[in-house]
Design a protein around this ligand. Sequence first.
Ligand SMILES: [Zn+2]
Ligand SMILES: [Zn+2]
Length: 347
Amino acid sequence: MKALKLVAPGKIELRDVPVPKISDNEVLVRIAAAGLCHSDLHILHQDDSWPFFGTTMGHETAGFVESAGAGVNGIKPGDAVLVRAVWSCGTCRSCRNGRGNACSINGSRTQFPLTPGLAVDGGMAEFIKVDARHLNGIGALDPVAAAPLADAGLTPMHVINTVRARLADDATVVVIGIGGLGHVALQILAAVSNSQIIAIDADATRVNHATSYGADLALLAGEDAATRILAETDGFGADIVIDFVGVQPTIDLARQIVAPEGAIRIVGLGGGSFPFNASLEGEVLPWGVNVQRPYGGTEVDQTEVLQLADDGKVAVQTDTYPLADAQRAFDDLANGKLKGRAVLIPG
Ligand SMILES: [Zn+2]
Ligand SMILES: [Zn+2]
């Protein structure tokens, strides 16, 4: 079969490899679609010390069950499935408490859990083998539309679930960055709340599309963004700020617009930092602000976002490429040419 391998820093290659052999608890999935994520660019540009060269890339995978091991129940050939991106152990204290995204066995205090496409072979191939525990049935959903839900759907769903109780009808939530994850976040927020949703992006085209995804107000990033949001909230600030970018200007904006007792969620890995001043003097946060750096999501988050997609309330905008054109997809992502989530189609 064909598989897209990360072979050296900055270098991917489509190679012929054997179809994986499954064990009793595993499932072989014939891949229909594999989403491409900004974190794939991050992985692509690791240096020589990266321990996982030779791995098949891709952590947003959907397809159809080809075969299932003897110990697998409830999954049969032909079933449409999503391969989850968080391969938690299922038995540690975090997993037993429903926090598989903080698994202590397949992850650690500083490392997120096992992820296909990173440390083990992922979905940019014709087949993937996966423990049956890490599959969700997707019913009649189109695998091409469903594949990005493994991350671009999961992560915003998880973030929003961390602030779910704050999404009152009179609350204001600000979404910074309306890309792959942000445009899904807007749809989820519109589906699960009546809160005022404000979207911000540095790209005018994305700003123009934001209301179609559920934003009540869309603003172009810039010097007056903080002033405008404070004006929208009677000067008090936004109850929730979700930053899908994570560069210094977006983190600074989050600090400038959050309300007292509000919540900031920094999802993007843009390299910015969050300064914290524990004093009464100088630039300090409003009292009571809750800041979190969320990772991935849980099985519940995955199930919920798939349900929203099945209900027609969440749809990922996709740009499809043949797997053989993966390099072009990576280049288009790197050069900001994509309109939606790039999805690679094998065969
Ligand atoms: Zn990702
Ligand atoms: Zn675990």
